[in-house]
Design a protein around this ligand. Structure first.
Ligand SMILES: Nc1nc2c(ncn2[C@@H]2O[C@H](COP(=O)(O)O)[C@@H](O)[C@H]2O)c(=O)[nH]1
Ligand SMILES: [Mg+2]
Length: 175
């Protein structure tokens, strides 16, 4: 696809990583976990990941927004909340990518305030050079440089979510 400058991670590589992460999660927890996916970007990653978790799980979703196009506004808006009561639950937040850290530091605090027994983050990608807020991320798929990436759930203005790989979006598309 001409808007994609280069492919960073193929579907095969991502699926292998989901197996590794699922195995680690299965070893680290004991009993039921509440897996909360952050819509919409985390959906393909979470679908692949949960198949690899050998524990009883509940699945829930939350929709938050902090981005306009390719720019982070830093202000978190909850567009859809979880349906489960998180009190006394082991919560794993599943995210597509951590950029400034604002979204996940806000959500971790929120679930702790709501009485979760534990809050653990699992993100497919992280861009450490962009971090503004410290967040403890136990499970990370891949670390990347400061690129704007799309595919495997991640979008630019709602496009490219269905690409089976993760690629760098050409600057020509958004500049
Ligand atoms: N399609 C892309 N979405 C991105 C990218 N970097 C961040 N994001 C979106 O922002 C949140 C996390 O942002 P944060 O600043 O609060 O950490 C993430 O869930 C994405 O929706 C990107 O390169 N491509
Ligand atoms: Mg997101």
């Amino acid at each position: 696809m001409k808007e994609i400058e280069s492919v960073l991670f193929s579907e095969e590589v991502i699926e292998k990583k989901c197996c590794e992460l699922g195995e680690r999660i299965s070893r680290d927890f004991d009993g039921e976990v509440l897996v909360v996916g952050i819509l919409k970007g985390a959906v393909p990653f979470m679908s692949e990941l949960v198949k690899r978790i050998e524990l009883p799980i509940r699945m829930d979703f939350m929709d938050v927004s902090s981005y306009e196009g390719s720019v982070s506004t830093g202000k978190i808006k909850i567009l859809k909340d979880v349906e489960n009561d998180v009190r006394d639950k082991d919560v794993i937040i599943v995210e597509d990518i951590i950029d400034t850290g604002n979204t996940l530091s806000y959500l971790s605090e929120l679930f702790k305030l709501r009485g979760a027994k534990s809050v653990t983050i699992c993100s497919l990608l992280t861009k450490p050079s962009r971090r503004e807020k410290e967040v403890e991320v136990k499970y990370i798929g891949f670390e990347i440089e400061d690129y704007f990436v799309v595919g495997y759930g991640m979008d630019y203005n709602e496009k490219y979510r269905n690409l089976p790989y993760i690629g760098i979006l050409s600057e020509k598309v958004y500049k």
